[in-house]
Design a protein around this ligand. Structure first.
Ligand code: ATP
Length: 307
């Protein structure tokens, strides 16, 4: 699969603040790439650099075959950007906003209508198309922002924390819009988020923490490598189960009346459950979550006050 974005040895300081400390990663064409990290990790700095809005101190970035710093105009023509701030005019309807935006691209009126209609469909804004931007909900605004970024039919769509500040249900529906858009058009989507459960639905994840990439891989690779599955045993007789586990040299803790044991993978529970069958009245295997993986990778929980 070809790399539509390649970032190598990228560095950026703001005075004494080392925001990005020499990072390397790539994005595969047509995939949904999640760039995950807590507040201040360096996500916006990185995305701003890739989108030609900020100059790096050193390193190389190639976007769709074009070299950052030398072919920035070409890069800008190939990307659409959705930032956290609302950029549309509150008084204009979504349709009027999209036409205004589209008029920057020197299209004929027929091409302009086709581009605007296509963007509106892809971002799922048709049900509030004729309402003023200032009078729609937060989730609808996000979709309208996405439609705006699609008017020039970009090859890569960048979204900086598209779901931050939305309630969980709206976050899910905006996420579904982004996913459907990426699947339906084959567009590459690069988004930043601090919600691990969202990142788990991406094709590939890079985790940035304190200016460095601390892990990257598909969600299942990261889960397999960093999160721990657990086995919960409900004992018939605590004393006998304790003796049995000690004899087997198996570490456990007792929590809420159950024996909790870390296992390398869910299948690892089988032999133990078989051996302990006569001593337990039930068991449960819990797969490690992306949140677990994040804690293992960064050594801390994602701060929920982000954004
Ligand atoms: P958030 O999730 O809060 O948006 P982030 O991961 O996008 O965070 P950045 O905004 O890239 O992080 O910031 C990385 C570091 O650089 C932080 O320590 C931040 O305070 C600092 N920083 C960002 N922009 C500037 C600036 N213009 N001047 C000085 N320091 C900055």
């Amino acid at each position: 699969m070809s790399h539509i974005i390649n970032v190598s040895s990228l560095k950026k300081n703001y005075g004494n603040v080392k925001a990005v400390k020499g990072i390397d990663f790539h994005v595969n064409e047509g995939e949904l790439f999640a760039f995950v990290g807590p507040n201040g990790a360096g996500k916006t700095t990185t995305i701003d650099i890739i989108c030609t809005l900020l100059k790096p101190d050193s390193g190389a970035v190639i976007v769709n075959g074009y070299t950052l710093g030398k072919q920035d105009d070409k890069i800008r023509k190939n990307i659409g950007i959705v930032f956290q701030d609302n950029l549309l005019d509150n008084l204009l309807t979504i349709k009027e906003n999209l036409y205004t935006r589209g008029s920057f691209y020197g299209l004929s009126s027929k091409e302009l209508s086709a581009a605007v209609e296509k963007a509106a469909r892809a971002a799922d804004v048709e049900s509030f198309y004729n309402r003023p931007y200032g009078k729609i909900s937060g989730g609808q605004r996000r979709r309208a922002d996405i439609a705006r970024a699609l008017v020039n039919t970009p090859k890569i769509l960048f979204l900086d924390e598209p779901t931050t500040g939305l309630d969980p249900q709206t976050r899910k529906s905006v996420w579904d819009t982004i996913r459907n858009l990426q699947k339906g058009t084959g567009m590459t989507v690069f988004l930043t988020t601090h919600y691990m459960e969202e990142a788990a639905k991406a094709d590939y994840i890079a985790i940035i923490d304190n200016g460095r990439i601390s892990a990257k891989g598909t969600p299942s690779e990261l889960r397999a490598k960093y999160s721990t599955d657990t086995l919960r045993l409900i004992s018939k007789d605590n004393e006998r189960l304790t003796t049995f586990l000690n004899e087997q040299n198996i570490k456990f803790i007792i929590s809420s009346g159950a024996f909790i044991i870390n296992i390398s993978n869910t299948l690892g529970a089988l032999p133990l459950v078989n051996k302990a069958e006569s001593l337990i009245s039930g068991f449960e295997v819990i797969s490690g979550s992306m949140d677990d993986a994040f804690v293992k990778i960064t050594g801390h929980v994602m701060r929920e006050d982000a954004g």
